[in-house]
Design a protein around this ligand. Structure first.
Ligand code: THU
Length: 161
């Protein structure tokens, strides 16, 4: 019998003013974008903005539906857009933020399980990590070097063989 440990490192930045310029810009764009999320049911607006290796910036927001499970998260709407507009382009960094219609946004949120699976699929597809910048509208920012760190034991293509 053997006990194993899973651990990963991430960076905590005290607030967005201490970020490097590229990350600060991306997060600023994401914060502004929360206003166009379509979230009339949860009233929880999420936005994500990606910096691609080709220099393009692509944006996504959560898009809900009266039939609740039909709704899609900001991260997966963004990945779908990137996969369509710039197939196989590397995503260097993705900023993710949120703004509830009522309540605070002063700490990071991290992608839901389904989005983690989609992020890992994209990393495997283009063989490049996606750097995540996670924050609220204010407060600390988490930087995670690869989405894989958030999904240990991920199911992936190799498991189908
Ligand atoms: N949501 C996202 O868009 N991304 C996340 O990482 C967490 C949750 C959305 C789904 C739903 O529209 C709303 O936030 C509340 O769960």
């Amino acid at each position: 019998m053997k006990e194993k440990t899973y651990q990963f490192s991430y960076t905590v930045v005290e607030d967005s003013s201490a970020l490097e310029q590229n990350d600060a810009n991306l997060l600023e764009e994401a914060r502004a974008l929360t206003s166009v999320a379509y979230a009339p049911y949860s009233r929880f607006h999420v936005a994500s903005v990606a910096q691609l290796a080709n220099g393009q910036i692509v944006k996504g927001t959560n898009q809900e539906n009266a039939s609740f499970p039909v709704g899609i998260c900001a991260e997966r709407s963004l990945l779908a857009a990137i996969g369509t507009l710039y197939p196989n382009e590397i995503i260097e960094t993705m900023a993710i933020t949120y703004q509830p219609q009522e309540g605070e946004s002063n700490r990071p949120i991290s992608p839901c399980g389904m989005c983690r699976q989609s992020l890992v699929e994209y990393e495997n597809r283009v063989k490049h990590p996606i750097r995540l910048v996670l924050a609220g509208s204010e407060g600390p920012v988490y930087i995670i070097e690869t989405a894989k760190d958030l999904l240990p034991f991920a199911f992936s293509e190799g498991d189908l063989k």
